[in-house]
Design a binder for this molecule. Structure first.
Ligand SMILES: [Zn+2]
Length: 139
């Protein structure tokens, strides 16, 4: 089974083969995330893994390439394992959770967690994102 660093290395290796599959924006974002993630910063690595898994939800063929890389005998099982181990549980893939916002400034950063209870952080303020309803109303 892949760990997070193996996963990023595999995504890096496969990325050139996805150029025709991904939108140019997504190819660029993914390449930038891979490039900017310090591999010795486990929180940054985890975030990039989560963002990558998020993005791959839109590209089933790229997901099955990864499944193939992770488990050549049974790629579908490979995909399931990737999501359950890296994204924190099989329920995470289907679960649609509410979008969370940065408590310092809800308008500048928002992100939907991969699974209920996932802690998502603002990359600028380094604080955990919160449910927008939990913020004091400004009106
Ligand atoms: Zn912020």
């Amino acid at each position: 089974m892949m760990n997070e660093l193996d996963f990023l290395a595999t995504v890096e290796r496969l990325l050139p083969t996805w150029r025709d599959v991904f939108s140019p924006e997504d190819t660029q974002s993914l390449a930038a995330w891979l490039q900017e993630t310090p591999r010795d910063d486990s929180e940054a690595v985890r975030q990039t893994v989560n963002r990558t898994l998020d993005l791959l939800q839109r590209y089933p063929s790229a997901k099955s390439d990864l499944g193939q890389a992770s488990n050549p005998e049974d790629p579908r099982e490979g995909v399931r394992l990737l999501y359950s181990q890296l994204a924190g549980g099989p329920q995470g893939v289907q679960a649609h959770t509410r979008e969370l916002v940065c408590p310092k400034d809800p308008s500048h950063y928002r992100r939907q967690p991969m699974f209920p209870g996932e802690r998502v952080f603002c990359p600028v303020h380094k604080v955990a994102l919160v449910d927008p309803d939990s913020l004091p109303s400004k009106e």
